[in-house]
Design a protein around this ligand. Sequence first.
Ligand code: ATP
Length: 517
Amino acid sequence: MDTKLATESNPRNCTFGDRQKTPFADNIFVKGGGMPKILAIDDDRTVLRLIEKAFEDADVNLTTVSTAEEGLSILLEGDIDVCLLDIMLPEMNGLELAKKIRAIDARMPVIFITSMDDSDTAIEAMKLGAYEFCTKPLDITQVQDFVERAFNTRRLMRAPVTIQESSEISVGEGDQLVGKSPQMVEVYKQIGRVAAQMVPVLIRGESGTGKELIARAIYQHSQRNEECYLAVNCAALSETLLESELFGHEKGAFTGAERRHVGKFEQCNNGSIFLDEIGDMSPLLQSKVLRLLQEQKFERVGGTKTIETDARIISATNRDLEAMIQENEFRLDLYHRINAFEIHLPPLRERGEDIDLLIGFFIRRLSKQLGKNVEGISPDAMELLRGYQWPGNVRELQGVIRHALLMATGPVIVPENLRGELQRGSDSTAASVSFTPAASEKSDGVEDFVQARIDEGSSEIYAETLEMMERKLITKILSETSGNQSQAAEMLGITRGSLRNKIRSLGIVIEQVVSVD
Ligand SMILES: Nc1ncnc2c1ncn2[C@@H]1O[C@H](COP(=O)(O)OP(=O)(O)OP(=O)(O)O)[C@@H](O)[C@H]1O
């Protein structure tokens, strides 16, 4: 019975579901993180075969076993990222095994395979830190999706966020908080002061200043760093979806709720949850989160049972919450609850020589990832970067260096490798700077763009083309609405918060034209 069906199945390139992309590729730092290691434990060989099929073309390392004992011994080796686990194993049921897995590694995302999605077993398993449920018969796309998300969550919990303590900058695995300006040193001290305290923390700062990295650094230096850490972007989802994401829902709670969903607050019991863009949360959800903070209790959408949870909340926003409170857009009581300790991240333009350090860091890190042999930047290109105002902050700088590396033909980045507006040395804080496509994007045709990228020898064509198309789409719709973001968001079918994020991350600046009649 306990045959090992496959060990370390041959890694091949993969498309997840019908999405034509290499898995885990959206985050550029993931590449250094190694190949995801997945363990599937199920005594039903048909299920194991299906899982093998789901990952046969994937860039993952899959091990399938049919007994709890075998599974445990592999887990004890400490090398697994995600575990798929049958809830009904013969010699030890999945719940017992989950307890053991939790004792080995409380941060291991376990995806249960069950035919009892509506039973109390689901709740029991959730208390033991189950990440998700797949119900039989297995839906391959769903399994792939859950595993991909679980792996990203695992990475966030494990990839260390180190703080640059000396002039040494590491470009190895994990993320590094680069910067030695007095403002950043103050931020590091604040992380040190608050991490071990169990108080809620509010991180403030413009988009792209590194708030997510700070949240993870707080988690990793906290007493809960062996427990789970989950991140939710409150601006990226509609109110209904966000409510369900945070609080979960019961089967049949609304059209399309075909199964019970356990929300992030429940999953994060004893752990930490990062609520990004909390200023974009609707009034209804603000009151639900307030109650959760006051009483540590909530109900799933469509449910009557009160659930208790103890999750530490770390939140972030780039919005002016005080002004929102004046306008009755944000609750004062919630503001006080989430803001027991506040960390303010300075914009890049106020961080002095950090910009030089970050440029050096991104050249080294991204050159390695892109397989380019670029070692430095010419003085005139450096001057252009120093003089720019960086409305999209560190994220924008990272994008500019990445673009420059792809354009570079020699070992040094020169002004011609920079994006259009940077080459002209324009000041992006002026209200009248509009998006200027890079030379290779000027052609309207996707084909020409892709051809240019092929000629450049790029290995990021998928991400680059999507970004180019997103930029074109958003600038087009914004010009249709004369810069009105509410109308544009409505036409695009996304939330205003998402549109705002995209505008920032793509470096689009809205032009205001004043015409003299
Ligand atoms: N000090 C830093 N050192 C190295 N990388 C950084 C630093 N700050 C930010 N980054 C990188 O810049 C990018 C944007 O950072 P992050 O997502 O944390 O910003 P954010 O403030 O949360 O943005 P948003 O408000 O749009 O959510 C990430 O890739 C991050 O790794």
